[in-house]
Ligand binder design. Structure first.
Ligand code: HEC
Length: 159
């Protein structure tokens, strides 16, 4: 009788081990499915963020030139967000390592806008644009050359 009891307990133990093995396997597969889902979540590409930056770089110029300081300040905010996104979403790209080089010139434009100083705005905007190109050169994208815009392409917005 004792032997039968021990045998039943032993089988029970084996069964429960098997179950916990199965559930840890299930957790592993759940985790790898979650990881896959995280990888599939939309993440903007480097070039895509740069397109966003280009757009706000242009708008900043027309806002500042027209001394529309509220709009200029908003555009600086958008630009800053774009550069933050490079750090957030593209930090694995080697090129992103030098993204902070843009900060001093972005700060100068911000200061000019805060002080509503048009000549300081123009100078610091040119400096900002030069820094865009310095980074493009440093990352072997020298063929992407940014310049101060010639004309206002946004006919659907008042600057
Ligand atoms: C990290 C340094 C860095 C800085 C600072 C930087 N860029 Fe870029 N930019 C890049 C890299 C790298 C690429 C190429 C991205 C890719 O692989 O798609 C790029 C690409 C671009 C493109 C091409 C996108 C396209 O699809 O045509 C534009 C436009 C651009 N940048 C604008 C700017 C502007 C405007 C600024 C400044 C306000 C700026 N960039 C500052 C690194 C930088």
């Amino acid at each position: 009788m004792k032997i039968i009891l021990v045998f039943v307990l032993f089988i029970g133990l084996l069964f429960s081990c098997e179950q916990s093995n199965n559930s840890s396997l299930k957790y592993e597969s759940d985790i790898s499915q979650l990881k896959q889902k995280l990888d599939d979540i939309y993440k903007p590409g480097f070039g895509e963020i740069m397109g966003f930056i280009q757009h706000h770089h242009a708008k900043l110029w027309f806002a500042g030139r027209n001394e529309n300081w509220d709009l200029a300040s908003f555009e600086i905010h958008e630009l800053t967000e774009g550069f933050d996104d490079v750090e957030k979403y593209q930090h694995k790209r080697k090129e992103a390592e030098i993204i902070s080089m843009i900060k001093p010139s972005l700060d100068s434009v911000r200061k000019a806008v805060e002080e509503k100083n048009i000549s300081q705005f123009i100078d610091s905007y040119k400096e900002l644009t030069n820094t865009c190109n310095s980074c493009h050169k440093a990352t072997n994208y020298e063929f992407i050359e940014i310049k101060v815009p010639d004309f206002q392409p946004y006919s659907n917005q008042v600057f």
